[in-house]
Design a binder for this molecule. Structure first.
Ligand code: MEV
Length: 373
């Protein structure tokens, strides 16, 4: 029996960041045409995980008042282990005979020099591992089941993750996403097991819808050259946020407002593979992205977290100067910014401003929607 080889795409957030961490709040993401590949081969008496990129990932320690602290991001292997553990639970609950396997991981999501672009490698490695094990054991999870199992694995590592990146990596294309209530999922998992949670009403409130790509708007991605830590930014924002306060309720409502405009502008697709010519409303989409950028600026000011760094400001201002719309993608603090530009915009002029300011144009396209199964 040969290797099972599965690839999962990276993602970019288009709108709704930070708000989507609250269950039920909407966001928009795309899957991108850069991939992480997992190869699974059956082994005899122990399993293993290998990766040329991730085995070199540094761990930093710092000296604080109370001694040494390990300043460590979640390592991609944490997600691989969580994916194996969730699958193992499902295997046992289904009464399948246990087997061992070796996993070989290759990430094409980051800069060849080793710096992270922020394209969602944690989600992609989780999704690809789940897909490979699904095939290995013949779980027949289908698209939704793979998203759900990958999501259970993800929140075992990062309790507050919205899972938008997991959904984008599983479904492909442009998606609208509302996150499930993760506390409820964890409680259901420990009370009833993994198999009982899949497809259950513990997911109520979450939503994944396929959106039509915008017609007549060009997608551009700029990389700031500064890798950012989503974990640190998200916990900084939540520390600086009074979640029950009026200001945060106002932020959620305003974010919901522009993301739902974007959903309308991008016409919901009835099913996978339908042509994306439903006639999107470019003006409405551009306006929604510009408003979302302002909201994230205000959220950063209110919480004292630099979401839009100087480099991101230049990246987005240059987009607005040519009649396009730009915003930080994801948690901000570095990584990438995305731009949607109308067909008649001076894109060459925008790229010159980026180049002068050391912002790298990443030639990234959209990974097409996966068929439902
Ligand atoms: C980070 O990529 C996007 C955030 O909304 C966090 C999340 O969705 O988990 C800031």
């Amino acid at each position: 029996s040969g290797a099972i080889v599965v690839r999962a795409p990276g993602k970019l957030f288009v709108a709704g960041e930070y708000a989507v961490v609250s269950p039920g709040e909407p966001s928009v993401l795309i899957a991108v045409d850069r991939y992480l590949t997992v190869s699974l081969t059956e082994s005899v008496d122990a399993g293993s995980i290998h990766s040329p990129e991730y085995s070199r990932m540094p761990v930093r320690w710092t000296r604080g008042q109370d001694g040494l602290t390990l300043d460590r991001e979640h390592h991609p292997y944490d997600y691989v282990i969580a994916a194996i553990e969730a699958s193992e639970r499902l295997r046992a609950e289904r009464g399948l005979h246990p087997r061992f396997f070796d996993l070989h991981i290759e990430s094409g999501l980051d800069d060849p020099s080793g710096r992270k672009f922020g394209l969602g490698s944690s989600a992609a490695v989780t999704v690809a591992t789940i897909a490979a094990i699904d095939e290995f054991y013949g779980f027949e999870l289908g698209t939704r089941g793979r998203y759900e199992l990958a999501m259970l694995a993800t929140i075992a590592v990062a309790p507050n993750a919205s899972g938008g990146d997991v959904a984008a990596s599983t479904y492909g294309g442009w998606i609208g996403y509302r996150s499930p209530d993760r506390d409820r999922l964890r409680a259901a998992r420990s009370a009833h097991g993994v198999a009982a949670v899949l497809g259950s009403d513990a997911w109520n409130g979450s939503e994944i819808i396929r959106l039509a790509p915008p017609v007549g708007l060009e997608l551009l991605v700029g990389w700031t050259g500064h890798p950012a830590s989503t974990e640190r930014l998200v916990s900084g924002v939540s520390r600086g946020t009074n979640v029950t306060g009026d200001a945060h309720a106002g932020f959620l409502e305003a974010s919901r407002d522009c993301v739902e405009d974007l959903w309308r502008a991008l016409a919901v697709l009835p099913d996978a593979g339908a042509p994306g010519d439903a006639g999107s409303d470019g003006t409405l989409a551009l306006d929604a992205i510009r408003r979302n950028r302002r909201l994230l600026q205000a959220l950063g000011e209110r919480t004292g977290v630099t979401i839009e760094t100087e480099r991101l400001r230049i990246l987005c201002d240059a987009a607005e100067a040519i009649g396009a719309a730009g915003k930080p993608s994801g948690a901000g603090g570095g990584d990438c910014g995305i731009v949607l530009a109308p067909a008649d915009a001076d894109v060459a002029g925008l790229l010159r401003v980026w180049e002068t300011n050391d912002i790298r144009h990443l030639t990234i396209g959209v990974h097409p929607p996966e068929g439902d199964n």
